[in-house]
Ligand binder design. Structure first.
Ligand code: SF4
Ligand code: F3S
Ligand code: FES
Length: 252
């Protein structure tokens, strides 16, 4: 057992400040364990969101020493002994109270994405997906919606004004997943996903800093496997005259 110093942001939408605490920590613990002990022993009204304590629900996202992380997956042994650990709420979303933020922005963005369009009349078992298509989509589907990538992306982190026009890496990735699905026939309905992701959901704002990939607790290669291929697809469709003609005819 040892004692650790925590600096925890306390406050609400109006105001707040860092508060210092000294809390017991035991070998093998994660940050969320110590935050729970703080809540149990010194700050019973501390607001903190969590659920699974296993890195699977995406609820316990916060910024620890300025880096977006899951509190339940961050071992206390990560930190230099004796130095205070600073825990603050996700900066990109409005604070509700203490470490809890309102992540409703992300749900609004999710609702803006046109859903999967399966082929008309295809019955169960009538199509066999290739393993590489399965693997590609499986990587993207590991997402636990922790929104750490949404939090870290500089396009919205310091620029509230960009939020209406930018879906954020998690949802740009979702559009890539649908566009790469061999059975998606969005273009049959007049929807060119690659064009839409660029022009309507803000892929053009992404300048490939890869911060989203760095913070993803599921190690999804968001930038390399979703965002860059989508940029290439959007450019192909815009500048290849044959592809452009085909898409234009289909939209009519
Ligand atoms: Fe979290 Fe990764 Fe999903 Fe982003 S892509 S919400 S960082 S799991
Ligand atoms: Fe943002 Fe990721 Fe692009 S952090 S700028 S969406 S590579
Ligand atoms: Fe579920 Fe941390 S509590 S991811």
């Amino acid at each position: 057992m040892s004692e650790v110093r925590l600096r925890v942001w306390r406050g609400d939408a109006e105001s707040g400040a860092l508060e210092d605490f000294t809390v017991e920590a035991h070998e093998g613990e994660v940050v969320l364990d110590v935050v729970h002990r703080l809540q149990a022993t010194q700050a019973p009204d501390l607001a903190v969101r969590w659920n699974c304590k296993a890195g699977k629900c995406g609820s316990c996202s916060a910024e620890i020493d300025g880096r977006p992380r899951l509190m339940c997956m961050t071992r206390m042994s990560t930190f230099e002994p004796g130095r205070p650990i600073t825990i603050t709420p996700l900066r990109t979303f409005p604070v509700v109270r203490d470490l809890v933020t309102d992540v409703g922005f992300n749900y609004a963005k999710a609702r803006e994405i046109p859903s999967f369009v399966p082929p008309e009349g295809l019955g169960p078992g009538e199509y066999r997906m290739r393993q590489e298509d399965v693997a590609r989509s499986q990587e993207f589907r590991k997402c636990i919606e922790c929104f750490l990538c949404q939090d870290v992306c500089h396009v919205v982190r310091d620029h509230e004004e960009n939020k209406p026009a930018f879906a954020g890496p998690r949802f740009l990735m979702r559009m890539a997943e649908l566009d790469m699905h061999p059975l998606d026939e969005a273009d049959r309905t007049g929807l060119d996903r690659a064009r839409a992701v660029q022009e309507e959901h803000g892929l053009g704002y992404c300048n490939i800093t890869k911060c989203c990939t760095e913070v993803c607790p599921e190690s999804i290669r968001i930038t390399d496997n979703a965002l860059i291929p989508m940029k290439e697809r959007a450019a192909d469709r815009k500048y290849d005259p044959l592809v452009w003609l085909g898409a234009t005819i289909r939209r009519r």
